[in-house]
Design a protein around this ligand. Sequence first.
Ligand SMILES: [Ca+2]
Length: 351
Amino acid sequence: MIVIRAAAVTGCITVVFLVATASAVQNATPAQETRPSFSEWLAGVRAEALEKGISQDTVDAALSNIEEPMPVVIERDRAQAEIVQSFERYVAHHVSAKAIRTGREMAERHRALLDEVSRAYGVPTGIILGIWGMESNYGRFSGVRPTIAALATLAWDPRRSTFFRGELFDALAIVDRGDIDLEHLKGSWAGAMGQVQFMPSSYLAYAEDFDGDGRRDIWSTPADVFASIANYLVGHGWHAGESWGREVIVSPAVEKTIRADVARRNGSCQATRDMTAQLPLAKWQALGVRLANSRPLPKSELDASLVSGAKRHFLVYRNYDALLEYNCAHAYALSVALLADRIGVQSKRGR
Ligand SMILES: [Ca+2]
């Protein structure tokens, strides 16, 4: 499973996390000396789409008006790998007073619906709101790039052509099903769509029609947006009734011991290699990890991994892994989790 996702472009920050799991890397096509022209290549795509059962009408409507690759898409794709920022700076920027305030307003506005979705899927409303806030600034910005043209550009570009060619066919399938018309099929430069920023393959696997109108509308129907986020998390191992984790205090001496004695996790994503193996909370307690004000860790049956930045530390449970499946970067997952906690405090007080 590959999830490639542009973080919500909610302000001046332009950090973009691209997550290419092992299969994406394996699928990468090396640059070739002789490549077909874009129009020749597109003719091959059209033929293959028809072979895959996509209707002639959809193929004509979606691909006829694309004459050349989009330079801006290529530029963004080339630029993303060079952007580096500590997760603490990223979290501070995204878990802002404004983001929290807006999240609380949205919690009020959509309370009945969020409660219904939360009960149906076992995902807390704060987590749904946190992802919605991070992906599209609570539905306010979900991208203006035409998805088909963006995906065609990335599929034509040799860097990760196999992956994006598959996403292009999935996007054509979505149009063919009638879930969205071409005019409204928009999203990020990397092909992530709608308020939940799903890639087309994720859409086909996880998008939900929660309001039951026959269309899975992640672009403009809140019920479908919330349920699709929750369904994605459940599909990636979210366990109802469990928290994501919490911030902890780790002294420099304790951190040194942990670095020497506790193994790191493996995984195709860098973030999973940037966290420790899972240990029982009692073990973390014995190693000297504490809550704020030196309070002991809670008693819990769940194992936790330690995620450490330059200053802040977090013990995270298996539900945190589901957040990483949405976007495999600690900056992203911690922003969602902390936003959820901050939004949730007010929701409880308000009741
Ligand atoms: Ca619907």
